[in-house]
Design a protein around this ligand. Structure first.
Ligand code: G6P
Length: 612
């Protein structure tokens, strides 16, 4: 959370930084701000509470000569310390106005730092922890900004990415990181620092990850990376093959709508090239020997939010195919219950961003206990991917909307692949069975596209029910995690009370919530349990529920009990989440839009949650 951009080059910094911030706005939109060093040698800071649009408006009203430099930094904020006001917006400056700092993270010793600064005569103008850093650099500065930043990093407890400029050091931007992501973009006569690569891929595809406790000096003609002691450190550059168009709306009103439509292509990328001619899945990313896989005694899956729901589906797939016990745990709870892990445990950490603090801490804990940790992530070079023993990249392309859609879809495809691979190596599925299941998985992109083509009635229905303040989602077996996901989507986008429940559980309490007309989405693809769902649907309908049933083509058992029937193509029940997910994404997006809400940036949320 919080997006950061730094730029030094020959283009107008204002344009480059603002374009970068617009890519990073998903990381927080409580306020935004920039600092530009002008050609006349002044440091101009402009910042505003609210979304980036407010900052744009303020910049429009700012004299252009005060913004005309080619070096700048910018920030989009998800508030932690201090309310989302103009005063607390970044960049923050020191007493002299010469130093500007943007920060992502939280400083645990900030009270102590602020008290010390105030005692030493500094006047702090905001309630943030960040401002303390500007004043600390002011105290340490003796003509070398990078040296001052290195020293100050030693005083900070907690997590941070800092990007700093000094009025008297033209063409220098300094960055530092601990625990949170910072990536260098290496251009020709220009260089970039950003929270993620989407901020600069319009300018360069060459990138390098800034590692833990490193400090970067960014200049027009090169970069220097050092450790906190000032010794230069090497690092590998990587090439970003994401298409810039993938980070654009491409004519869609919202990124979320585009990302929903991109799902067939995204799954094709995840699944493509995985099956060798010998019928063996190519899953080298797991980096485990066959012997180690055969010696596994359990699998633990960790994740947060939507990703946790992908993890729940993994449990059904891995237990069914690979006959291994699987626990699924919300990452923020995982390490606090003292889990029993050892070197015969595979921990699968799922994270679209690869930066979620709770999941990262779970990874670290699991590794301390000697479990083998596999990251399933969409973000190459992310912290979770790098800190795990192995990384499986979902290759879904950039996901910008805060509510996850195509990332969840590709995570599902990924965990099915992992389950099949484990099953094969452990001898529970032979070549033919693996080939057949893989064939089913490889057929899903066309089936997802088919479901997408059937969504007009779902949009209409969403608009009809958009005035309801409560919606329930029911499912059984793998339909249950999807019920949780459907409810989460509606909660985060439309701010209504939405509950996802196992359909069999509703009679034990939640049925009391049903009133005349309460919309209830029932996920009921063809499955051995369909007959039981028919009974559950009758129970709720008898109490007045408006039943919206997702059912398989040709299965008419639920039709008499459905007020609205949404059909999906026939698919093996274990893989059905990849199809049942789609109508719920469309329903929640349309429901929220009918309420006039911004579905890309729901209130209070951020896409990448880098605080515990
Ligand atoms: C945030 C987002 C969710 C996401 C979760 C986990 O809460 O709003 O959409 O599912 O983080 O994110 P990750 O990047 O770890 O998958």
């Amino acid at each position: 959370m919080c997006g950061i951009v730094g730029y030094v080059g020959d283009k107008p910094a204002l344009d480059v930084v603002m374009a970068g911030l617009s890519r990073l706005e998903y990381r927080g939109y409580d306020s935004a701000g920039i600092a530009v060093r002008t050609a006349a040698g002044e440091l101009t800071v402009v910042r505003r509470a609210g979304k980036l649009a407010n900052l744009r408006e303020a910049l429009d009203g700012t004299p252009s000569e005060t913004l005309d430099g080619t070096m700048g930094i910018g920030h989009t904020r998800w508030a932690t310390h201090g309310a989302p006001t103009d005063r607390n917006a970044h960049p923050h400056v020191d007493c002299t106005g010469a130093i500007a700092v943007v920060h992502n993270g939280t400083l645990e010793n900030f009270t102590e730092l602020r008290d010390g600064l105030e005692h030493r005569g500094h006047a702090l103008a905001s309630e943030t922890d960040t401002e303390a850093v500007a004043h600390l650099i002011e105290e340490r500065y003796a003509g070398d900004l990078a040296a001052a930043v290195r020293e100050v990093c030693g005083d900070l407890d907690g997590s941070f990415v800092l990007v700093v400029t000094h009025r008297d050091e033209p063409d220098v931007v300094v960055g530092a990181r601990r625990n949170l992501p910072l990536v260098l973009g290496l251009g020709d006569g220009e260089n970039f620092l950003a929270s993620d690569v989407t901020a600069f891929i319009a300018h360069t595809r060459s990138a390098r990850v800034v590692e833990q406790d490193q400090v970067v000096t960014l200049r027009r003609d090169g970069v220097t990376v050092t450790d906190l002691a000032g010794s230069p450190v090497d690092g590998a550059t990587f090439y970003v093959d994401w298409d810039t168009a993938a980070a654009e709306k491409a004519g869609y009103e919202y990124f979320m709508l585009k990302e929903i439509d991109e799902q067939p292509a995204a799954v094709r990328e995840t699944v493509g090239g995985r099956l060798g001619p010998d019928g063996r899945l190519t899953l080298d990313e797991l980096a485990m020997s066959d012997e180690d896989i055969q010696g596994l005694t359990q699998v633990v899956v960790v994740g947060c939010g939507s990703t946790y729901h992908s993890g729940l589906v993994a449990k059904y797939a891995i237990e069914r195919w690979a006959r291994l016990p699987v626990q699924v745990e919300i990452a923020s709870e995982f390490r606090y219950r003292d889990p029993v892990l050892d070197r015969h445990t595979l921990v699968v950490a799922i994270s679209q961003s690869g930066e979620t603090a709770d999941t990262l801490e779970a990874v670290r804990h699991a590794r301390r206990l000697r479990a083998w940790v596999l990251a399933v992530s969409n973000t190459v070079g992310s912290s979770i991917a790098r800190e795990s023993d192995a990384a499986f990249y979902t290759r879904g392309g950039p996901e910008v909307a805060v509510a996850s859609t195509k990332a969840v879809m590709t995570q599902l495809a990924a965990v099915y692949l992992v389950g099949l691979h484990l099953a094969h190596v452990r001898g529970f599925r032979d070549d033919d069975e693996v080939r057949s299941h893989f064939g089913d998985l490889a057929a899903t992109p066309a089936q997802i596209a088919d479901v997408l083509g059937r969504m007009d009635p779902v949009r209409k229905l969403a608009r009809e029910i958009a005035s309801h303040e409560r919606v329930m989602f029911l499912g059984r077996h793998v339909g249950y995690p999807m019920a949780l996901e459907g409810a989460l989507k509606l909660k985060e986008l439309a701010y209504v009370s939405a509950e996802g429940l196992p359909a069999g559980e509703i009679k034990h309490g939640p049925i009391a919530l049903i009133e005349k007309g309460t919309p209830v989405v029932v996920i009921a693809p063809r499955h051995a349990l369909t007959a039981k769902i028919v009974t559950n649907v009758q129970e709720i309908r008898a109490r007045g529920a408006r039943t919206i049933v997702i059912a398989t083509d040709g299965d008419d058992s639920l039709a008499p009990h459905a007020d609205h029937l949404i059909r999906i193509p026939d698919i093996k029940s274990l893989l059905s989440p990849m199809l049942t997910l789609v109508p719920m994404q469309v329903l929640s997006a349309e429901f929220a839009m009918a309420r006039g809400l911004d579905i890309d940036q729901p209130r209070n949320l951020a896409k990448s949650v880098t605080v515990e």
